[in-house]
Write a protein that binds this ligand. Structure first.
Ligand code: TYD
Length: 202
């Protein structure tokens, strides 16, 4: 039985998933909740291979989808599941919806992405940090090495898929072009409400 809470941050490159998820982890720890921050691609051998491949053009996006799915199995077995079982709040910077959005935007069939990700643990809360592709490119232009996913047209497609999925799956969307305090407050409210509604008897 899962006793913890599984929270995922998603968004296009430069949307702030890493900084926001780390700030929220620190805030939850300060409140006294046992919390662990994790991310995809992971530190596993497959995750390291993926990170290397992010610098080179894709041979076939189905290969990427399979590698991300394999890395996710490692992630669930080694990090997510054991920590949820211990009662931790697990915060992940990217998860399954990144595969839907990024590999989907590369033309991979979404049904097939779902199939190869069958049996994964579903997050309790998914938060999409939404920014425009223009803002994204402005924010990531100073990064040293360009990754293959960082072009305007591509980011537009990725964002569209995220927003479409959010509508279907009722994910939270936050305007991440706003200042960080506004974004953090929104996220904190979402999480506190979830804790109150689900853990009020403790
Ligand atoms: P990375 O530089 O590690 O993260 P970020 O840009 O969030 O700081 O790159 C991760 C990239 O991998 C990012 O562009 C999204 C992409 N990605 C996929 O294409 N599919 C996936 O399933 C996941 C988890 C990530």
């Amino acid at each position: 039985m899962n006793k913890g809470i599984f929270i995922v941050f998603e968004g296009i490159d430069g949307s702030g998933t890493t900084s926001n998820s780390k700030l929220i982890t620190a805030w939850l720890e300060k409140l006294g909740y046992p919390t662990i921050w994790t991310s995809e691609p992971t530190q596993s051998d497959i995750g390291m291979l993926i990170k290397k491949k992010l610098k080179t053009p894709t041979l076939d996006p189905h290969i990427d989808a399979l590698l991300f799915a394999a890395d996710r199995i490692w992630h669930i077995e080694k990090i997510i599941k054991p920590n949820l079982e211990k009662g931790y709040i697990v915060i992940s910077d990217r998860y399954f919806e990144s595969s839907i959005a990024y590999q989907g935007a590369q033309g991979v069939d979404i049904k097939w992405i779902q199939l190869i990700n069958k049996n994964i643990i579903s997050p309790d809360i998914t938060i999409i940090l939404d920014i425009s592709p223009e803002k994204s490119l402005e924010r990531i232009k100073n990064r040293e090495i360009k990754e293959k996913f960082e072009s305007m047209d591509f980011l537009k497609k990725v964002r569209e898929i995220y927003l479409e999925r959010a509508k279907i799956k009722n994910y939270y969307i936050i305007d991440a072009e706003k200042e960080i305090n506004y974004i953090q407050e929104k996220i904190k409210n979402i999480i506190l409400r979830y804790i109150q509604e689900n853990y009020s008897s403790e």
